[in-house]
Design a protein around this ligand. Structure first.
Ligand code: I6G
Length: 670
């Protein structure tokens, strides 16, 4: 059968592109396309080759693993090749993988899979002889890697000598070196402070750190490892299962993923993938999917390998968090406090599981630092619920007519002057509540879930109400009538009645919520809760001066200044009076006893609670004066671990923090 010319030329084009991107990724650490774009092109080439085997060439990127070893390091030939993994992107592809496994093994039995997150780092092979680390090599092209032993020796969590008896004569332990998110953020703060280029993502930062010619630089970078497999073994029986092998290397002192689990069949894999996907953002490190391996090593051996990847393992990829798109325009958004935020209007792109058409550019300094221009091709990142941001410009794709952005000197909404305080990155509209944009944001904040929690009063409706001239400040909300509301476009009589009812319900609130809803600058939930607990009444708070305010927990000098200024403004006083006159009220505050056993304690809730929701537990703990935090650190006093608690529990154990179960929590609350 003859092959159409265009298919042959597309295959050639894909080979060239993938080889080029491979080089940029592995050799220069300066990727020009996102991983997901690479994966798509790779998949396309693989499909063409499998449909037309005559087009498969020996130099095809589908036939090799990763990149080439760098010349600047000496080379190490892997005794057993370091392979890569095939990818699947959805449950149907995962089911097909499981079916292939069972077909190959000629069984209909449900398989056991070892599952763990796929870290976004660099693969490494650690060779131990008589328990001593003799060399460490990167994956390179899978056959030959770079000798990075000196650098690897500086990573504290990699044992230079394995601990325990019965150590094998030779063992190669393979794993992923990565940079935790917190370390990456701190490193970039330092890079910017030293006027050096920040790293695009933790993977690049880790790659850069590991490939330093000066090991002192590697030593100063926060690198970690999770080990995930074995290479050559001499002088020891092969382990019978992957999970047992991991347990063994952990006993020798190697770090393995605390998330490693053995799951049953496709169903177990899918549940695990869902569970890790939900926690993706709260993990301390970037992951791009989940790796699933047939747990039984005899079965692994029967399954063997196909070209560059084992048949017994697969990577289930999550939606990419970085994608490439084009900046069509840069516009200004005016926030609640008048801050002018430049926002890139993008060609819509699917990233982090949603279609994104706007990304924040933060401020003028950031735009200049990243040199983002209208017309540029950029890498956009969206992780979890965080606002999408432009990470980097792809300079090689900049068109000649790319247009630089200039911050306006007048607010684009109310034309008031824009001010920028010396040494502060943020430019602000000076219009205050004269500016409709600031008014809208203040009202949205007032009605928000953490504020007065007005059911059914969403952002769009607030904008409509301000644009129609029906409201100017939060107090006006309580004067709205069903008639006024039902005259609005897209608002029926029933919705109008519901909104008036919801406003009525919202009047019954709590002092701390009321304070939060006023939108005092820098006064978030924790601060307003402290203020309510300390002053108990609004009149007492209004009398406080800056010196007395900074004595209070969670109140620093800046927020103290904002609080005093806020209550000095006549306009604010007038709005508060009208809110109270409209009937907003709260039960009398009672001081939380400073001697309550939980007062001042920092508590982390993790895992699933059976008897109450986490938010219910949080409310109750806060009412007892405890602080509830989302992450475990040395400052944590207790961790309450529910069912399926994961990495937070592990971290608590590592830091030797007291862990209690739900029953103990219930006793405390009682
Ligand atoms: O690249 C990889 C990441 C994670 C792996 C891997 C892994 O296990 C958790 N496992 C194997 C067997 C290979 N690559 C080849």
């Amino acid at each position: 059968m003859s092959i159409p010319n265009d298919l042959a030329s597309r295959a050639g084009e894909l080979r060239d592109l993938l080889n080029k991107y491979n080089h940029l990724y592995y050799v220069t650490d300066e990727p020009e396309v996102t991983d997901s774009e690479y994966d798509r092109l790779f998949k396309e080439l693989k499909q063409i080759e499998s449909d037309n085997p005559a087009l498969l060439t020996a130099d095809s990127p589908t036939q090799r693993v990763g990149g080439k070893a760098l010349d600047k390091f000496s080379q190490i030939t892997h005794v057993l090749p370091m392979l890569s993994l095939d990818n699947v992107f959805d449950s149907a592809e995962l089911e097909a993988f499981d079916q292939r496994v069972r077909d190959w093994l000629n069984t209909s039995d449900t398989q056991l899979y070892a599952a763990e997150p796929k870290l976004d780092g660099l693969a490494i092979s650690l060779r131990y002889e008589q328990g001593v680390l003799v060399h460490a090599a990167t994956r390179g092209d899978g056959a030959v890697g770079e000798d990075v032993t000196a650098n690897v020796r500086t990573i504290g969590t990699i044992p230079l000598r394995l601990t325990g008896d019965n150590l094998p004569d030779v063992i190669e332990i393979r794993g992923e070196i990565f940079m935790p998110k917190a370390g990456f953020e701190a490193l970039n703060v330092q890079q910017i402070a030293e006027q050096k280029k920040p790293f695009v993502n933790p993977r690049n930062a880790a790659a850069g750190a590991l490939r330093q010619l000066d090991s002192k630089i590697t030593a100063s970078r926060p690198l970690e490892i999770y080990c995930y497999g074995l290479g050559e073994i001499q002088g020891m029986d092969k382990p019978t299962s992957h999970s047992q092998a991991m347990k063994q290397i952990a006993e020798w002192g190697c770090r393995i993923s605390p998330e490693l689990q053995v799951v049953k069949g496709v169903q177990g894999c899918l549940e695990y993938i869902k569970q890790i996907g939900e926690r993706r953002e709260s993990l301390d490190y970037d992951i791009d999917g989940v790796v699933l391996k047939v747990d039984n090593i005899v079965l692994q051996e029967r399954l063997g390998f196909v070209s560059r990847a084992p048949r017994w393992a697969i990577a289930h990829k999550f939606p990419a968090q970085q994608e490439m798109t084009v900046v069509e325009d840069i516009v200004i958004q005016v926030g609640r406090t008048g801050a002018l935020t430049p926002v890139a209007r993008l060609q819509p792109v699917f990233v982090g599981g949603v279609t994104v058409s706007n990304a924040t550019l933060h401020n003028q300094d950031e735009i200049e630092r990243k040199d983002v221009r209208v017309g540029d091709t950029v890498i956009v990142r969206r992780a979890g619920d965080v606002i999408p941001e432009v990470v980097q410009v792809v300079l090689s794709k900049r068109p000649d007519n790319a247009r630089a952005f200039v911050m306006p000197t007048q607010c684009p909404v109310c034309q008031s002057d824009v001010e920028r305080v010396e040494g502060n990155a943020v430019a602000r509209c000076s219009g205050g509540l004269y500016c409709p944009a600031q008014r809208k944001e203040a009202i949205k904040h007032f009605a928000s879930r953490k504020g007065m929690d007005v059911d059914g009063l969403g952002d769009k409706l607030v904008e409509q109400l301000v644009d129609e001239g029906l409201i100017n400040d939060p107090a006006d909300l309580f004067q709205l009538t069903v008639e006024q509301l039902s005259n609005l476009e897209r608002m029926g009589e029933k919705s109008a009645v519901n909104l008036v009812d919801a406003l009525q319900v919202a009047k019954q609130t709590k002092f701390a919520r009321f304070l939060y809803s006023l939108g005092i600058r820098e006064a978030g939930e924790a601060t307003t809760r402290s203020l309510a607990n300390h002053f108990l009444t609004l009149s007492a708070l209004k009398l406080a001066d800056e010196e007395s305010l900074i004595e209070i927990e969670d109140v620093g000098p800046i927020v103290a200044h904002h609080i005093v200024t806020f209550f000095q403004q006549e306009h604010n006083q007038e709005v508060i009076d009208r809110l109270l006159a409209a009937g907003i009220n709260w039960p009398e505050e009672k001081k939380i006893a400073a001697d309550s056993a939980l007062s001042g304690k920092t508590i982390v809730l993790t895992g699933t609670l059976e008897k109450m929701s986490r938010s219910e537990a949080k409310e109750k703990l806060l009412a007892l004066g405890a602080k509830v935090s989302g992450s475990v650190s040395k400052k944590t006093d207790f961790v309450v671990a529910g069912r399926d608690a994961g990495s937070k529990l592990t971290k608590a154990e590592k830091l030797e923090i007291t862990v209690v179960d739900e029953a103990t929590l219930i006793e405390w609350l009682a």
